[in-house]
Design a binder for this molecule. Structure first.
Ligand code: FAD
Length: 281
């Protein structure tokens, strides 16, 4: 399949990207790893008039820790780099499950989050980690918490004239985690996936828990009913099963070629139990 005609601009700084976005108007699109946008263009689902290639913007690459212990990941950091950094814990674990090595070598964390696909792996992890993104636009810089970022199917709160520059993950010290992804083949997209972060009190009860769901609605979302059931309770097989039974509460999983809505609900409950068990023990 051949995309519609487009102009191509390669930029080397965020400032250049912002001015190219301004010049290109509403038909301009940023290109990072191209592993979501190019397939959509080939299918003619997307037909931007101008592609602004940010692949060479070095200031958007790399991983650092800030003074408060948060990890700050540049938007252009490849999935492979994130997956290889064991100090990133849950985020590295999740990045390792994305597609195959070829896709992980090109795809970027910023592209994955800005794309807003509810079937993508990192958005649910960002939600569970209560992370945020920094975006820069002509009006300046702003931070968007994960809870306000995913608005609808492939729609985020990032403006068309803004560049996602950084992804911020608060310190995960003291948290245990698990990511359970269900797919037919190892490198496939998630049919459903569940991301759990869990902290226990000294007496073994659940002090805090956050559960992120992948592909269970038009956006990634938190399983709040399951979280509420577990908070402050002992982490026994019974309480975990009770909470996991609520994992699909409030979700609207879209039926697709792989699974019916009911089957996805079933998967969410099973994967939630497995993720809670792994994180608890
Ligand atoms: P691009 O395709 O370049 O861009 C995607 C969108 O984000 C575009 O709209 C673009 O304008 C916008 N954008 C990009 N960067 C920025 C930025 N800095 N600021 C603002 N907007 C920006 N993903 C998974 O999570 N799990 C999988 O299992 C999985 N399997 C895949 C299998 C295949 C065969 C392929 C081709 C892709 C798969 N992906 C999967 C998607 C992959 O992770 C993509 O790389 C990712 O979703 C998009 O990142 P990208 O850098 O390629 O973004």
């Amino acid at each position: 399949m051949i995309p519609a005609d487009f102009d191509y601009v390669r930029v080397s700084s965020v400032d250049e990207a912002l001015s190219a976005l301004r010049d290109g108007g509403e038909d301009a699109k940023l290109l990072a790893g191209g592993h979501s946008l190019i397939p959509l263009m080939k299918l003619r689902v997307a037909a931007p008039a101008v592609l602004i290639d940010i692949g060479g913007v070095r200031e958007l690459e790399g991983i650092r820790r800030d003074a408060g212990g948060a990890t700050v990941i540049g938007a252009l950091t490849r999935h492979a780099t994130v997956a290889a950094d064991e100090s990133l814990g849950l985020i590295a674990k999740v990045a390792k499950t994305i597609a195959d090595q070829q896709v992980r070598n090109r795809g970027t964390i910023g592209g994955s989050i800005a794309h807003g696909d509810p079937a993508a792996d990192l958005p649910a992890a960002l939600l569970a980690a209560e992370g945020s993104v920094t975006v820069r636009g002509s009006g300046g810089t702003r931070e968007i918490p994960a809870s306000e970022l995913f608005v609808d199917y492939m729609t985020t709160a990032i403006g068309p004239d803004e560049v996602l520059t950084e992804v911020r993950i608060p310190s995960m010290d003291g948290w245990r985690s698990s990511y359970q992804k269900f797919n037919r083949r190892q490198e496939d997209w998630a049919m459903v996936a569940v991301c759990v972060m869990l902290r226990t009190a000294a007496d073994g009860t659940c002090d805090a828990v956050r559960i992120g769901l992948t592909n269970m609605a038009s956006t990634p979302l938190r399983a709040t009913a399951a979280e509420e059931l577990l908070r402050g309770r002992p982490l026994t097989a019974e309480t975990i099963a009770l909470a996991a039974d609520q994992a699909d509460n409030g979700t609207e999983p879209p039926e697709d070629l792989n699974a019916s809505s009911d089957y996805k609900r079933h998967l969410a409950r099973v994967l939630c139990r497995r993720a809670l068990e792994e994180a608890a023990h």
